[in-house]
Design a binder for this molecule. Structure first.
Ligand code: 8YV
Length: 309
């Protein structure tokens, strides 16, 4: 009997093709009538591919065994509900570290040197009239990393290559890492020129980058978010950027994506990016392959390559 799975979001073409070769795939995310699709297929579904699986959806799928998330972050899955229903949950770690770390450095340089504005300046004929205003550099500055996990460490390595001093905050000190640890995010923000957030989303980290933390970065400070929009108090972020109490921000993630607070559009001290940290062809291919590998391993009764539950 063919194994039936529910696809909850769009996946890279090669991943969709690989899934279709192995499984009967029901596409929930682009179904015209999701309830009708579920009413028809839910009793037979044994796996989901993609995120966005809450307890209510789990309850609709009595034969569900595994939730294979496309992404390293799995905050869009209710892991407690999964655990209590004895479901497995997998994610796609490691394969996206480099892509996200490269974008982190790119966003910092873009913000420090006003690269988007410089491009507009040249295209708009501004250069012919006057030189571009002088900008800031990264070297010699202190970068605080919120979340020194797999991606955070890749950012740290690259920041050192940019001649930055690296410090970090997280739940625990990591004794084998060479960077100074702060047990208080606020204290770290006070001592930093830049704060890069790459911690996971979810309840535990909700709005931990508070108004106070952002204000502590100060008028010359830069905030970069590549983790989740939920990590930061977005309303406070907008206000502090407007007033100049926070120097600037480069944001790849937002609390209500794809909605971006419109107040940010008019600000010159902001660089905006459409949640594309892992958005390269090679990384998305590798993430897709890991989704397939996890499902294949599960249904072959083998150990899961990247289980989180
Ligand atoms: C998204 C991400 O998963 O890995 C993560 O946690 O945020 C991204 O890679 C990706 O946009 C696909 O939904």
């Amino acid at each position: 009997m063919a194994i039936e799975i529910l696809q909850t979001q769009r996946l890279p073409a090669r991943c969709e093709q690989a899934l279709a070769e192995r499984y009967v795939v029901h596409r929930l995310f682009d179904a015209a009538d999701r309830q009708a699709l579920l009413a028809d297929v839910a009793p037979r579904v044994r796996a989901t591919a993609g995120g966005h699986v809450d307890a209510a959806l789990m309850d609709r799928l009595p034969r569900l065994e595994i939730i294979a998330v496309f992404g390293v972050g799995y905050d869009s899955v209710d892991t407690e509900a999964a655990r209590s229903r004895r479901l497995r949950v997998t994610n796609t770690p490691e394969v996206l570290n480099d892509a996200v770390a490269e974008l982190a450095i790119g966003l910092m340089v873009a913000l420090a040197r006003h690269i988007p504005q410089a491009d507009r300046y040249v295209r708009g004929g501004g250069w012919a009239k006057a030189g571009f205003p002088l900008q800031a550099e990264l070297n010699g500055k202190t970068l605080g990393i919120l979340g020194l996990g797999r991606i955070g460490k890749e950012i740290a390595t690259r920041a050192q290559a940019m001649k930055m001093r690296v410090v970090y905050h997280g739940r625990h000190r990591q004794p084998y890492e060479p960077y100074v640890y702060y047990s208080s995010l606020l204290d770290m923000a006070r001592d930093c020129d830049w704060l890069v957030a790459v911690a996971p989303g979810g309840r535990e980290t909700y709005r931990m980058v508070s108004r106070e933390v952002l204000a502590a970065l100060g008028p010359a400070g830069g905030f970069v978010n590549l983790g989740r929009g939920t990590l930061v108090d977005e309303a406070a972020l907008v206000e502090l950027l407007q007033s100049g109490e926070l120097g600037g921000a480069a944001l790849d993630v937002f609390e209500h994506e794809p909605h971006v607070p419109e107040a940010l559009f008019g600000l010159d001290n902001v660089v905006l990016s459409p949640h594309q940290g892992s958005g390269t062809r090679q990384t998305r291919e590798r993430m897709g392959a890991l989704v397939v590998a996890n499902l294949d391993a599960h249904f072959a009764g083998e150990p899961l390559p990247s289980a989180v539950v």
